[in-house]
Design a protein around this ligand. Structure first.
Ligand code: HEC
Length: 125
């Protein structure tokens, strides 16, 4: 009798992706990633539609993330605050999985433009 042994790899950790490497094909965009992430994890508190601190769960007035222009405006702060495993992350209680934060950072690094003129034809929003 022949006994075949199968080796099964289970529980592989997510790849240690460098967010600076733009690995996604097609490339991540606001439309195919950013908007959905912001809507799911940020806009409940950071929306221009929410006029007071009670409705915003104390998210500061003016830090709104419900359009691409607004996200670009806060890009560096989003990069700093939305990482896995840091102190005082955004969203405050956590929520996104580590892999989702990695993709967010990749999107901010690879797609989200610094060049206002190119995106908006001039002038910060
Ligand atoms: C439950 C409400 C809530 C959610 C959801 C939330 N925030 Fe916040 N956010 C706050 C509060 C409250 C503050 C002010 C206190 C602080 O900075 O920790 C804040 C502050 C900020 C600031 C300004 C402070 C700084 O460090 O520059 C940024 C940027 C920010 N949030 C980004 C985000 C992003 C990006 C998401 C989604 C990934 C998010 N937030 C989700 C409540 C929220």
């Amino acid at each position: 009798m022949i006994v075949a042994l199968a080796l099964v790899l289970v529980g592989c950790a997510p790849e240690d992706t460098d967010p600076q490497e733009c690995v996604h094909d097609p490339v991540l965009t606001y439309e195919n990633f950013g908007e959905g992430f912001m809507t799911q994890y940020c806009v409940a508190c950071h929306s221009s539609q929410l006029p007071d601190l009670v409705l915003r769960n104390d998210a500061p007035l003016g830090i709104d993330l419900d359009t691409y222009a607004m996200v670009l405006q806060w890009k560096e702060r989003i990069k700093a605050r939305s990482q896995y495993g840091i102190d005082a992350p955004m969203p405050p209680g956590g929520g996104p999985r580590e892999a989702e934060f990695v993709v967010l950072q990749e999107w901010l690094a690879c797609d989200a433009q610094d060049d206002w003129d190119q995106v908006y034809g001039g002038g910060a929003p």
